[in-house]
Design a protein around this ligand. Sequence first.
Ligand SMILES: [Ca+2]
Ligand SMILES: [Ca+2]
Ligand SMILES: [Ca+2]
Length: 309
Amino acid sequence: MKRKFYTFYFSGLLILLLGSGCGTTVVVTNSMVYNFPNIEDGYDYNIPSIVVLPDNNDYYWTFFTSHYYGFLEYWLAFSKDKKNWSRPLYTGIPATINYIYRVNIDSTNNITISRYFRPSTQSTYTRATVDSLQDTFTVYKSDLFYDLDADGLTDLAEFMLRTDPLNNDTDGDGKSDGYDQNPLAAYRQNLSIHEQLHKFIIESELSLYTSDQLVIVEQINNKPIEYKRSNGIILSMPPDSCDTFINLFGYGVPVLTAAVTDTLKKYKVSFQYFFDPDNAGGYDALFDWDHKFKKWVRKKTYFQWETGY
Ligand SMILES: [Ca+2]
Ligand SMILES: [Ca+2]
Ligand SMILES: [Ca+2]
């Protein structure tokens, strides 16, 4: 099935206009988008240094964008020599492709990113705050580093990921929040047959995604499930938390659901992915467990739909 999930390549044309003494003006293009293949590695980051600004302490700061925590947002890194960069620092500041932003490091080393120009047409849904009245975001350098529970996720990141900023292991599975691909779901043994099929469906779908953008999976029976995925974070949330997340942040993070019900002899799956009202889809299908080969087999797909095409 075709997927419209965000995939970015370093091929877009970058336009950079130098501001006159009050910062640098930047057009966010695809070439600024960088996703983090393995954030816990620590050093081996291929940080893009497309937009670099010096501060008053002889450090350089680079600005780029990523979907790694779900929405397209600004991330920063700093360097002494413009070659070796710090680990990526999350700002929580939303960005939109083709918008023009002014970035500025002021004399007190606050970093300000303000929307400078909005194109007349913008077809894609973006994080709700982008479309609010707020045009200017200031992040204090110290905020980029605050990690009260020392779990590898800053407080800014924990706000977005819905993990507990005062608990270094929100789901209690022994993996710190910053090093847990499923920070809201501990491993559970003895999944019910419905949960096993649900997990199989979700993991099959996740394997189709080329992006490592954060994905939300809606729980069945209000119980978290840990999923496997090659890269990117998965948040297991009960349905009401999914709604809360969308109400708070708006559209743009994929939400996957896979409901399982019994039929006479087989199991019926209703799978759905939802990005925004123009980018959603799913299918209903019957599955059966093949006892001989010990795997799920799709017997029939009888309803398939997609919006936005
Ligand atoms: Ca933390
Ligand atoms: Ca935490
Ligand atoms: Ca954990």
